[in-house]
Design a protein around this ligand. Structure first.
Ligand code: HEM
Ligand code: HEM
Length: 216
């Protein structure tokens, strides 16, 4: 994945110390893809709110969505496509253990039994990724409908924008405010996370990372 297990300029014993406390989580390709999506989603949102039918804003609006797709394609072609594929796969595959955990949480929301050691993403993140993929797809389909002035498409577009907004507000809360998940922000910004946080939240993933680095 990434090359951020050490801080720039570290070497020798310092490097070992840094490696002990930081773990590489997202490489450049995954981080580029994420932040490209963020910038263009904000552009689409702002231009959508200030849309003037047939005017420049509506072209920038559609253009920013087209650019999201082009950015993903570029990242896959020029970046580390294996890392990107691995991340997307890990995010979208919901296995049996995830289903059992989600079912138990739905039945007993207050249950505080110790969590299993999760892989790179936990079931909550996977559920979020699926919900977000669906709401973004709905936004694009209804946006195309609204562009061609199909009846009701404008209202449905507005509804899917609101649904996406709710999901992203939750995402922002987890990334910036919730103390137990906030340390993940370092990963999406600089590529590495605190080892203790990784052990507590993604133990299975941490073991796999350590094993890979021992074998290389
Ligand atoms: C990231 C995806 C998108 C976001 C965040 C977004 C956001 C918005 C927002 C906030 C509005 C104003 C509220 C509304 O009128 O419902 C809007 C309107 C609109 N959007 Fe989008 N949009 C997206 C994708 C698209 C796409 C792909 C198209 C067309 C190909 C499109 C076409 C339109 C049109 C035509 C309107 C005006 C609808 C009307 O006034 O009835 N949008 N969009
Ligand atoms: C300023 C806004 C945002 C911040 C601060 C932020 C922060 C983060 C962080 C910290 C992670 C890594 C979580 C981990 O290490 O496990 C992450 C992952 C992710 N982000 Fe964002 N994000 C933002 C906006 C967005 C937007 C606009 C989208 C999509 C349109 C998005 C989609 C995702 C997805 C799909 C993941 C992987 C799943 C997850 O970890 O929840 N993010 N983001």
């Amino acid at each position: 994945m990434g090359d951020f297990s050490t801080s720039p300029g570290e070497s020798g014993g310092g490097q070992a110390a840094i490696s002990r406390s930081w773990v590489p989580r997202f490489g450049r390709t995954e981080r580029f893809t994420h932040w490209w999506m963020v910038v263009l989603m904000v552009a689409a949102l702002l231009t959508g709110l200030g849309l003037d039918e047939g005017g420049i804003m509506s072209w920038v609006h559609v253009g920013s969505v087209v650019l999201i797709g082009l950015g993903l394609l570029l990242a896959a072609l020029l970046g580390d496509h294996r890392a990107l594929y691995r991340a997307i796969r890990a995010l979208l595959i919901i296995d049996r253990r995830d289903v059992v955990w989600l079912r138990d949480r739905a039945r007993l929301p207050g249950d505080r039994r110790p969590e299993p050691e999760w892989g790179v993403f936990n079931p909550g993140q996977k559920l979020f990724a699926w919900a977000l993929s669906l709401s973004v797809t709905a936004m694009i389909l209804t946006g195309v409908g609204a562009w061609f002035s199909l009846a009701e498409a404008g209202d449905l577009h507005g509804a899917s924008v609101v649904a996406t907004g709710v999901l992203l507000s939750l995402h922002l809360f987890m990334a910036l405010a919730n103390p137990s998940t906030r340390p993940s922000f370092m990963g999406i910004l600089f590529g590495r996370v605190n080892r203790r946080w990784a052990a507590a939240h993604h133990g299975e993933w941490l073991r796999a990372v350590d094993q890979t680095s021992q074998n290389t």
